[in-house]
Design a protein around this ligand. Sequence first.
Ligand code: PEP
Ligand code: MG
Length: 586
Amino acid sequence: MPEQVLTGIPTAPGIAIGEVFLFRHDEPEFREFCILESRRDEEIARFEESRGETRRQLATLRENLAHQVGEAVARIFDAQIAILEDEEFIGAVLDRIGRDGLNAESVVRRTAEQFHNKFISLDEELFRQRAQDVRDVGRRLVKNLLGTGDRTVGPLDQPAVLVTDDLLPSDVVHLLRENVQAVATDLGGAASHTAIITRSLEVPAVVGLKELTRLVHSQDRIIVNGNSGKVIVRPSGPTVRSYRAKLARYEEYQRGLAGIERLPAVTLDDHRVALRANIELPREVDAVISHGAEGIGLFRSEYLFLARNRLPSEEEQIADYQQVIKSVAPHPVTIRTYDLGGDKMFPNHPHPAEANPFMGWRAVRVSLDQPLLLRTQLRAILRAAAAGPTRIMFPLISDLQEVRQVKGYLEEVKSELKEGGFTLQSEVAVGAMIELPSAAVMADKLAREVDFFSIGTNDLTQFTLAVDRGNERVRRLYRPLHPALIRMVRMTIEAGHAAGIEVAMCGELSASPLATMLLVGLGVDELSVSPVAVPEIKKIIRSMSYRDAVALAGQALELDTADELDEFCREEMKSRFADLPIWFSG
Ligand code: PEP
Ligand code: MG
């Protein structure tokens, strides 16, 4: 088969050439085998058991949905429940187990595919829906036959390129970096949590490749270019040779960064930028230190919840926070309170289905509606803060009222702790994430309420431009380097500085080498990036002058469109930093 080139969104740098390890969350793996004639009744009984379990699961789903969003939507499940009673479908399965003597999983998958293909060929919307339903029911039956719940990617037992439909927060807990040469996924936009997770693995990654899992087979050869977003399936000999050369050059560039971790992020004319790291789980602190970040600018604490599949207790939180704080001291750790909701759902947590979850019940809104959750977390942070410099940050702040409310809870918790005999050892600074346009517009007022700001460009971009950050179909429109965004960033920095507070940035734009001079020139005090991005950003900061950066930012602010801004940053950066991997590794 000829090579195929796909282009997705590059989310973690590097180039890998390897073999595919294919994993789909919705398609359990199993072997096909024959059943002795004497045991076929047992196999039929096994199938009937899974049919009963599937019926129960679908009925529960239907009931929950009816409760949450209404009867009309819940009826979708009636069609699936009906398939379990459909004489033609069930008859065919039972017949084949008895006649062909194959294991029930194989028979169900084959029969469901056959019905799916028949319906799809009828080319009418109603039948297309039925095709989808029969496939879903087939998958659920197979899962129940195997006794597996929703699958998560486990550790790989030999080196391979992980090709998967999606990488979920629940996967990241089990998936170790070992043996993962690179990651390529069907789903995910530039600032989706899939993208963020791939970055934390520190292997080359490309997301949003749409149909990739349908185009490859396990053990196919594949190239993943996490610098350009290109993925080449079954590459030809000359392509492999050309990528080996790019890889060699990239490795040479990486070697050139050695030693930089011990140096500060300071410009040639002595302007200091705090270069910190974003983490999801405590185990990433080693990478924070080895890559030379000066502390943690964003600890996405909700991953402590996702990693356990349940709420961590106060003591568990303290242990996790303390481990991180102690490891990076004397540098500070900024702990963001839970940002649950959006695409970070805890599967067993009661959470109503929402049409627009990113704009729904998430982040600080959940915390304010569940004061116990918030107070426990605040108490854990304050108690852990005795271990070293700690800051608290609140996500998705939309106005002053919310800030005042969360600060009210913080003061209450502090008083309780003091009354309980606990000595608060240090002042814990309080920050607001500026990631909603309303917060950017009100930044002057908000600045009087908090000790620092951190600009979350991932959400700020999606809400300013009304472009879903996780949807690869609108990725062309997702442009953090947009004049509207840059103006908001400037506004926020000016407002923060006028009030004498520091302004950080922790969205993915902070890690873009194209934007480093612009952001520093706009006056950002801290950049917080994934650990793997620290050396490259530090090298740029150490090789530029602040004076030039301010001039460059001034020119950038005059530009009219995202294309102009992008081209301007490319030209300026290319003329100054000709050796960056973005230029040679396309
Ligand atoms: C952001 O929105 O830019 C941000 C850093 O937060 P998260 O990606 O966790 O939403
Ligand atoms: Mg955010």
